[in-house]
Structures are given as C-alpha cells and as structure tokens.
Write a protein that binds this ligand. Structure first.
Ligand code: C5P
Length: 395
C-alpha cells in the first residue's frame, strides 16, 4: 500500500495531456469562457497546445523523481508531499490558462469606430408602373439626397452579436430594426466573422414620411461596416446587399442624384442637381408605404415608364426646369382639398420653385434656390407642423 497516495500526483499531468490533445485535435471547438474571434482562438490555442504538453511532462517527471526519493518515507510525509505537489500543479495549470488568455487578449483587434450621416432622400420624379408578379411595382424615379440626417455610429470588435441603441423610443431597437438586419446581412453576405458590433442611432428623420429614414440608416450601417471590416468591397456588392434590405436602400448607399428603375434598386447616375435648398415638412398624418401602393392599384393609377423631361433638365443644370418636371403618382391618390396640397401651396407661396409629396408621403418637400429663402420658409412653417427641416441638396 506504500506510495498509493502518490499516484494522485499524476492525475493533473494526465489531465493536462488530455487537454493538450483536445486543443490540437479541435482548436476551434476549444471551450472558452467568453466569445473569441478566430485569430484570438488561434493565439490562445497555440499557447495552450504548447504549454500544456510542457507542463504535463515536467510535472510527471518531477512527480516520478520525488516518488522514488520518498518511497521509504512514512505515509504521513508522502501524503503531505503529494498534497504539496498537487497544489503546485494546480498553480501550474492556472498559469498556462492565464498565458493563453493573455495571448488571446494581445491578438484582439483594437476597438474601432466609424460614424456616418444617414441622409434623407426625396423623389423628384416618381412614376409608379404596373404591379409585378413578385408584388412590387415597376418604378421610374429620380432620387436626390438631402442634407437632413440621422447620425449613426458603429463600434466594431465589441465581442459578440449586434447591439443597437436608439434615442427614438417608438422605434424598436431589436432584430426587426433595419439597422440590425443590415449588420446581419453584411456579415452573412461577406462571410466575415461577426466579432460584435454596437450601433448607436440618433434619430432625426421622421418615420412613415417618405423621406427614406429607415433605408438611410440601414445604408449608413452598411457603409460603416465596409469601412471597418472590408474597405476593398466594391460599391456594386454593397448595393446588392442593400437591395435585400429594401427598395430604397441601394440609392441611400450611393447618394447624390440618380435614376432608379426596377423596384427602385436599378440605379443610373444622373448629372448632379444644381445646388439648392430643401424644406421638408412632415404633417401629423403618417402614410404606410404598402397601403399607398395598394391605393394606386385599387384606383388603377399606374403611370408610364419614361423619365420625361427631367434627365434633360438636369443635363442643362436648369433648376426651374427640373422643378417644372416634378411629378409623383402617389399624389393622385390624395384629395386635392387635403393637407398635402395645402402644404404644397403654402411652400410655393413661401418662394419654393417646386413642391411635392415625398415618395409615398406623408412629408412634402419644397425646392428653394437660396438658403435664406429656405430658412425663412422653415421658420414660417415650424409652428404649424410637427416636424419641419431645412437642408441643402447633397451630391
Ligand atoms: O422594398 P421595401 O421594403 O421598402 O418596400 C416596402 C413596400 O412597398 C413593399 O412591401 C411593397 O408593398 C411596396 N413596394 C412596391 N413596389 C416597389 C417598392 C415598394 O410595391 N417598387
């Protein structure tokens, strides 16, 4: 029975050997207490694989040496020495795990941050055509970015999942939010490992206004993620991802002045709109996009597929001609005595060259040649409507 207690000294070295083997055979599945990126796992795995072998052999050899030296000693001394050895082995194993943790920490990418403005869009021209078999409508639209925006910041490498914070309480900050979906789509489409992103959204643009606020936010998330994870990703690929998120998102990724066809995702660059100012007014009423398309169908109001006089007006840089060519099929669904047309008239009286419903509404925009005129109109309307904004055209 002599030295029976001593065999327990070899238990931990045996465990270390088994762990070293497990790390070597399946480094990716090695359990860790918190999520690690691939490079972090590789760094920790390399340290574990090496140090566990070394420790296992060193402790087993030391155990055997001390065992032969104490084989004639009393069982009390053997027990004491074996407990001492096991204590030292536990400390040894702890040091190895700590080394691996440090290696993982050292190879962690530095936290990085990117910020983007999510600008509103208006449709200077919006002709809604026939309904397609997929339920969408064929569109011809001239889209324009306006310098009124939500602010969005994305922090990368935060250690797991997608986190979203938004200062607009009525907007759900969960996986139904388009920003969240944009992040998930980005990682799924690029195949890049999601090592955690945190999105902070400061909301300014009103919802259900036809100003593309949600689409602009999603586009800003995609642009931020490209900057942080894949700067080499071509514009075309980012726009293809954007199209999965919504019909307006590809334009919001690109910005400027563009002709949109298909369901809104087929974009062609147009000459930039001559520099001007926009006043955006959101009445209390909110219009659901799906419902507005439904109204066009039920009233049989589909428009043709040409872009009319607007591209030529843009080519000439003739702002007045652009405004004269403005039209929007959705306006035909609204009563002439209603709020939309009253607002259009108000904007024209305040000096707008042109005023029209934005997208599927309910916001109405006015185009002004000069900043001062736009600011004065903005000030005049502010008391009468819940949300009134003023911003320059953006190219
Ligand atoms: O593409 P998005 O999700 O922004 O579209 C919202 C809704 O607007 C769609 O579900 C569809 O009812 C309608 N829509 C459409 N034709 C388009 C774009 C949008 O009917 N070209």
């Amino acid at each position: 029975m002599r030295l029976a207690i001593w065999w327990s000294v070899f238990l931990l070295p045996a465990l270390m050997l088994a762990m070293a083997l497990a790390v070597r055979l399946a480094p990716e599945r090695w359990p860790w207490l918190h999520p690690l990126t691939k490079p972090q796992r590789a760094a920790a795995g390399a340290v574990l694989g090496r140090a566990l072998w070394q420790h296992a052999l060193a402790w087993a050899t030391l155990g055997a040496l001390v065992m032969s030296a104490v084989r004639l000693a009393g069982s009390g001394t053997q027990r004491l020495l074996s407990y001492g050895m096991i204590f030292l082995e536990v400390i040894g194993l702890g040091t190895v795990l700590l080394q691996a943790e440090r290696a993982a920490g050292a190879s962690a990418p530095a936290p990085a941050e990117a910020a983007e403005r999510a600008c509103a869009k208006v449709n200077l021209l919006l002709r809604v055509g026939a309904k397609r078999p997929d339920g969408y409508h064929e569109l011809v639209s001239v889209m324009q970015t306006v310098g009124v925006y939500d602010e969005l910041t994305v922090r990368a490498h935060t250690g797991g999942g997608v986190e979203l914070q938004c200062d607009e309480v009525s907007l759900p900050a969960d996986e139904t939010n388009l920003c969240y979906k944009a992040a998930v789509t980005f990682f799924a489409r690029t195949g890049i490992e999601n090592d955690g992103v945190s999105i902070a959204l400061h909301k300014v643009l009103p919802m259900q206004a036809g100003l593309g606020g949600g689409s602009a936010d999603a586009a800003a998330v995609l642009r931020c993620l490209r900057r942080l994870y894949a700067p080499e990703l071509p514009d075309g690929e980012l726009e293809a991802m954007a199209a999965e998120l919504g019909s307006d998102v590809p334009f919001c990724v690109r910005g400027g002045t563009a002709l949109a066809r298909g369901r809104g995702e087929e974009l062609t660059a147009l000459p930039a709109l001559p520099a001007c100012w926009f006043v955006l007014v959101k009445p209390a009423a909110a219009f659901s996009t799906g419902r507005m398309y439904g109204l066009i169908d039920s009233l049989g109001l589909c428009d043709g597929s040409g872009a009319g006089a607007m591209p030529a007006a843009l080519e000439r840089g003739d702002l007045a001609a652009v405004c004269a060519a403005m039209e929007n099929t959705f306006e035909k669904t609204l009563p002439p005595e209603g709020e939309t047309f009253a607002l259009r008239r108000r904007l024209t009286e305040l000096g707008a060259l042109g005023a029209m419903l934005s997208g599927s509404g309910s916001a109405v925009f006015g185009v002004f040649r000069r900043e001062e005129e736009a600011r004065m109109a903005c000030a005049a309307l502010r008391g009468d409507y819940p949300a009134v904004f003023c911003g320059p055209s953006r190219n």
